[in-house]
Ligand binder design. Structure first.
Ligand code: AMP
Ligand code: GLY
Length: 424
């Protein structure tokens, strides 16, 4: 197979690393990729949202599978773009179509979907500029904390959790009337606050059958002890100790099966990953959010635990034969720790030289935000390097990642020293 992988983060480095091990692979291209992905294939300087450049490349290089890492091209309709094109129609795209991607692209769409199919989630209502007054009344009738969510994609910043009613009203007005998150906050979902432990579960589906991947937990806050601003994710572990078999069964029966069936009943084709952002409220799972892709940095622990051939699974997705494919996982634990740029998630500098990437290690060093500059590797994003290790338990895996991080440095580098603190 000649594969084009879209994206440039740690998730895509983990995908590239895994795809490169497939016996089905003839050649791998990554657009645009990073300094890490070039170890496993050829990087091509194409933007993930430049569909016409992608079209040209797919034709020129006789690509026979496109794997989409991030949500944006999916929400923008890359799958539909391929299906509507006479030349590209037969090139499978791993990642859902535009309507299905609304599970991530519109919180209101996702909430309506869950309501329709009886999938447990926080109670909610959706408001627009025209119904701002009703929004105030809805907030007044609720107990704090107040959860406000911009309906559309807002680069992970669109969710506000506020203690104070007055502040909640002010923020609601800023979002709806003053376009605080641009078009993404034309509609705002207000929902009940749920208290519990969060985890993520991932499914790959051909729209008919599905396979469940190992669960993971990510650490979203910048500061130790889960304090400070939200980030894209500072580390992740898999498996999640509190996800026992009984709880995982509930997730499968109450959430995963109704979601896949619901998509089918709604006649929404879905070929790709479904990411279930979940919360455990007194032993019962609830959906916090859907994403239409794999998580990052969750991929950096989930993909390393996958024993099966990823391209074989993708082929199953593409041909609607996923049920005939085998999926197996390592019993080992995996942990990843993210090294980020100083200042992240607020303003930070790029272009810092990264040292120590070639130090001998048993860990997997995934690049999240890097560019190659001749022989040098420089920082190119907030999240820079994710170091993943295996262990017979999480403690061992984490120790190994922290030891490997000792060797890597760049000016201003920061990482949390307490990944896994809550479950060890
Ligand atoms: P989301 O972008 O929907 O994943 O929300 C970002 C984060 O906000 C989640 O990971 C949760 O930590 C938190 N959150 C979102 N919705 C709720 C809720 N209804 N109750 C409690 N926390 C929430
Ligand atoms: N780590 C959370 C996400 O990928 O959305």
């Amino acid at each position: 197979m000649r594969v084009l992988l879209l994206g440039n983060g740690g998730r895509e480095h983990a995908f590239a690393w895994k795809i490169a091990q497939s016996s089905l692979l003839e050649e791998l291209f990554i657009a645009p990729g990073n300094a890490g992905t070039r170890q496993h294939g050829q990087n091509v300087p194409i933007d993930v949202n430049d569909f016409s450049a992608i079209r040209e490349f797919v034709i020129k290089e006789r690509i026979n599978m496109v794997v989409v890492g991030p949500e944006e091209p999916l929400v923008n309709g890359i799958h539909d773009f391929f299906l509507a094109d006479d030349v590209l129609r037969n090139v499978p795209v791993i990642g859902p179509g535009k309507i299905a991607a609304q599970l991530e692209g519109s919180k209101d769409f996702a909430k309506q979907f869950m309501a329709r199919h009886n999938i447990p989630t926080a109670k909610y209502a959706t408001f627009t500029k025209e119904t701002l007054e009703q929004g105030y009344a809805f907030l007044e009738a609720m107990k704090p904390p107040y959860v406000l969510k911009a309906d559309g994609l807002a680069a992970g910043k669109g969710v506000l959790i506020l203690e104070d009613l007055k502040e909640a009203k002010t923020e609601l007005k800023l979002m709806l009337a003053d376009a605080k998150f641009g078009a993404a906050s034309t509609r705002v979902v207000i929902e009940q606050f749920l208290k519990g432990n969060e985890l993520s579960v991932f499914v790959i589906t051909d729209g008919d059958s599905f396979k469940i991947l190992p669960e993971a937990k990510d650490y979203k806050r910048i500061g130790e002890g889960d304090t400070g601003l939200n980030t894209g994710g500072m580390g992740a572990i898999s498996p999640v100790p509190f996800a026992d078999p009984t709880f995982l069964d509930k997730i499968q029966n109450q959430i995963i099966i109704p979601t896949v069936k619901g998509l089918r009943n709604d006649k929404i084709p879905y070929k790709g990953f479904i990411f279930f952002g979940l919360i455990n409220v007194k032993g019962e799972p609830y959906v916090i959010e859907y994403n239409c892709r794999m998580g990052d940095p969750e991929s950096e622990v989930v993909i390393p635990r996958l024993r099966s051939d990823l391209l074989d699974l993708f082929e199953g997705v593409a041909t609607g034969t996923l049920s005939e494919r085998d999926i197996q996982f390592s019993e080992k634990c995996a942990a990843t720790v993210m090294m980020v740029s100083g200042g992240y998630p607020e303003a930070y500098e790029k272009g810092k030289t990264i040292y120590g990437l070639n130090a001998p290690t048993d860990s997997l060093v995934f690049h999240a935000g890097t560019v190659a500059d001749g022989p040098a590797v420089r920082t190119a994003g907030g999240r820079v390097i994710a170091v993943t290790s295996y262990g017979k338990n999480l403690e061992v895996a984490l120790k190994r990642s922290y030891a490997a991080l000792e060797n890597i440095e760049f000016e201003g580098a920061f990482f949390r020293k307490d990944i896994g603190f809550d479950v060890l």
